[in-house]
Design a protein around this ligand. Structure first.
Ligand code: SF4
Length: 361
């Protein structure tokens, strides 16, 4: 078992799902079966263009090759255990993995885009104090096939005329704690032979796994979001314990040194009443981010039972935003979506097979 960010062993997915394979691997499979290499491209087309759910549907493959694939791989789709639609159009999917564990994905339509919030782990080990997913602990990493299947499954539950335009890894789990499978899924999502999604439409959000941030930005062209939420180490140690391993100075210095090209880093800041929402916090935040190509996303906290936090009043959030603007920092307020179905940021949680509500990074 691989260790997590804290050095503890993490159960890994046990799967031979063909949807998690890269083109070079599909070509190896074709070659090993005595097939020409173009068969690998045909498989990829069935998987990502036609999005079939069985090998029998791959009708331009020779029957014996389909049989060969069937005996070696699965193509199991994710089961949809529940679908909840919010009054604001947000849809939360409770998805069942092959081993019976459950995760959540959230479809968030706005007038100019439809965003899919993707989970990367079942549960999470990061223990962020403001996040419902943290209360689950980490059950296991998702495989690349499961991450890709989330996207395919969600695309089947869009409203009339809708199609997914943006993809954010802000659902359950810390994506960078599942880096090899995240990278594989991102490769499949963005490859021309795969789903062909522009990496500029994908954002990976982290609570601050510093070494993995460098790798992600060196190895992909996706956008980076960092869940910051505190401007002192003392407070961040409490709200996001990973800060004890990678303190603010190290995190921000790493972000400053990244080769971003035209990309800007989004810093997410969950507004907690009386905890991190004062004028002094806004001033510190502006000073910390001044050397970076950064923008701030202020997130209205979504309470969940036993969280121990209250959301900052809207006037406080607006005042905070105005102070950041005055310091020449772009700051948006992320409106809370899907609160009535516990699909809002920081509310995702599955307990005992029943959906309780999502994460905040
Ligand atoms: S905010 Fe993200 S990293 Fe923190 S516990 Fe929740 S899911 Fe994990």
């Amino acid at each position: 078992m691989e260790p997590d960010a804290y050095g503890w062993p993490v159960p890994q997915p046990q799967t031979r799902n063909i949807r998690g394979l890269l083109m070079a691997e599909l070509e190896q499979i074709a070659a090993a079966a005595g097939m020409p290499l173009f068969r690998a491209r045909q498989i990829a087309q069935w998987l990502y263009t036609h999005r079939v759910e069985s090998f029998d549907e791959m009708t331009n493959l020779p029957l014996e090759f389909r049989q060969h694939l069937k005996t070696r791989f699965t193509l199991a789709p994710l089961g949809v255990a529940a679908l909840n639609r919010s009054a604001d159009g947000t849809a939360k999917l409770l998805l069942r993995l092959e081993d019976g564990r459950e995760i959540e994905s959230v479809i968030i339509p706005t007038p100019d885009r439809v965003t899919l919030c993707i989970s990367s782990q079942a549960g999470c080990a990061m223990k962020c104090a403001f996040c419902a997913t943290a209360r689950m602990g980490l059950e296991r990493n998702l495989s690349a096939a499961e991450i890709v299947a989330e996207v395919i499954t969600a695309s089947r539950y869009l409203g009339e005329g809708q199609h997914l335009t943006n993809y954010v890894f802000m659902g359950m789990g810390e994506p960078l704690a599942n880096y090899p499978r995240l990278l594989r899924a991102l490769t499949i999502m963005t490859a021309p032979w795969g789903m062909g999604i522009s990496p500029r439409r994908i954002t990976v959000s982290t609570v601050g796994l510093v070494p993995m941030i460098e790798k992600l930005m060196a190895e992909t062209s996706v956008h980076l979001a960092v869940s910051l939420t505190a401007t002192t180490n003392e407070l961040r140690n409490r709200l996001a314990p990973i800060n004890r391993r990678y303190p603010l100075e190290q995190l921000l210095e790493t972000c400053r040194r990244l080769d971003l090209g035209r990309r800007r880093i989004t810093f997410e800041y969950v507004m907690l009443a009386g905890v991190n929402d004062t004028a002094a916090d806004a001033a510190r935040l502006a000073k910390l981010l001044a050397p970076l190509r950064a923008k701030v996303n202020l997130i209205l906290f979504n309470p969940f039972p036993g969280s121990g936090f209250e959301p900052s009043p809207r006037e406080t959030v607006q005042r905070f935003q105005a102070m950041l603007y005055e310091a020449n920092l772009t700051a948006t307020i992320r409106e809370s979506r899907g609160q009535d179905i516990a699909a809002a940021c920081g509310q995702l949680r599955v307990e005992g097979g029943a959906p309780r509500g999502s994460s905040a990074d």
